[in-house]
Design a protein around this ligand. Structure first.
Ligand SMILES: Nc1ncnc2c1ncn2[C@@H]1O[C@H](COP(=O)(O)OP(=O)(O)OP(=O)(O)O)[C@@H](O)[C@H]1O
Ligand SMILES: [Mg+2]
Length: 256
């Protein structure tokens, strides 16, 4: 039995092997040009299919993470704020803390790169095939508070199922609603029980968290679990946003 290339491609598509279908023509030409064995040709096509599936999985993981940008540690100018804990940032990106079920707290001054580092670590985790859930804390807690019970349940399930949960810019607005505080408590408690990692960034000092939550006991039970098995990274220094703003102004300023 012999099939034309078009028929082979159609069959591969029917079998949902679109990675192999898309490279078939090229691989057949390559096989002919280099006198490849049938076994070698098949191995290449199967690898093409596996590669396609892996990259689709990563695309899906990225979409499901709700990350809003793909950033890396390579974009950080480490000389700008020499006190930013560079080694600890790279250590986080090894994701050992995730496999250990540990947490990470990135605390410190505004504009020093906490969210950037958190997103870089999260994006790296996505590329490793991990399930990541990224929350812009204030916005997403607000969305949760307004959601219907069914929708809340689905959100909660997603946030609990992730291998890594990122709570970015926690307490930016200082006060959180009672619903948001309870969500935070549920997330931290349940993930702690399951040894599932949480990465938090905040420019609010930890001792004030109780005030923002409006409940000191709740704050201490949350903190107790977050700090247990945790990496604490302190970000000291000046705001990179101000540097960027100053540069923009300099560009706009009329030349003398
Ligand atoms: N050292 C750096 N080198 C290059 N870019 C940086 C550096 N630090 C911060 N940035 C950039 O500056 C902007 C602000 O950084 P980021 O949002 O990570 O700060 P933050 O510490 O989370 O601040 P906040 O506490 O206000 O949330 C981002 O666009 C980030 O990419
Ligand atoms: Mg931030």
């Amino acid at each position: 039995m012999s099939m034309s290339i078009a028929e082979l491609e159609r069959t591969l598509a029917q079998l949902r092997l679109s990675g192999a279908r898309d490279t078939l023509q090229t691989r057949l030409e390559q096989a002919q040009a280099s006198q490849m064995t049938a076994q070698e040709l098949l191995a290449l096509l199967l690898q093409d299919e596996l590669d396609r599936r892996q990259s689709r999985l990563i695309d899906k993981r990225y979409k499901d993470s709700h990350l809003d940008e793909k950033v890396t540690l390579a974009e950080i100018d480490w000389s700008f704020n020499p006190k930013v804990p560079r080694a600890a940032c790279f250590e986080l990106q090894t994701l050992k803390f995730v496999s250990e079920g540990a947490n990470a707290l990135l605390i410190g001054k505004p504009g020093t790169g906490k969210s950037h580092v958190a997103k870089a670590v999260a994006y790296h985790a996505v590329q490793q095939g991990l399930k990541v859930a990224y929350l812009e804390a204030d916005t997403d807690f607000g969305r949760y508070a307004l959601a219907e019970p069914r929708e809340r349940e689905l959100m909660l399930q997603r946030l609990l199922a992730a291998d890594l949960l990122v709570l970015d810019d926690l307490f930016l607005a200082k006060r959180v609603s009672e619903v948001a505080a309870e969500l935070l408590q549920t997330l931290v408690h349940q993930r702690h029980r399951r040894r599932a990692s949480v990465l938090v960034t905040s420019n609010r000092v930890i001792r004030d968290w109780g005030t923002y939550l409006g409940d000191m006991t709740m704050a201490s039970t949350i903190l107790d679990r977050l700090m247990h098995r945790s990496r604490l990274l302190e970000f000291e220094g000046k705001s990179y946003r101000l540097k960027e703003a100053a540069q923009r102004l300099a560009i706009k300023a009329p030349a003398d």
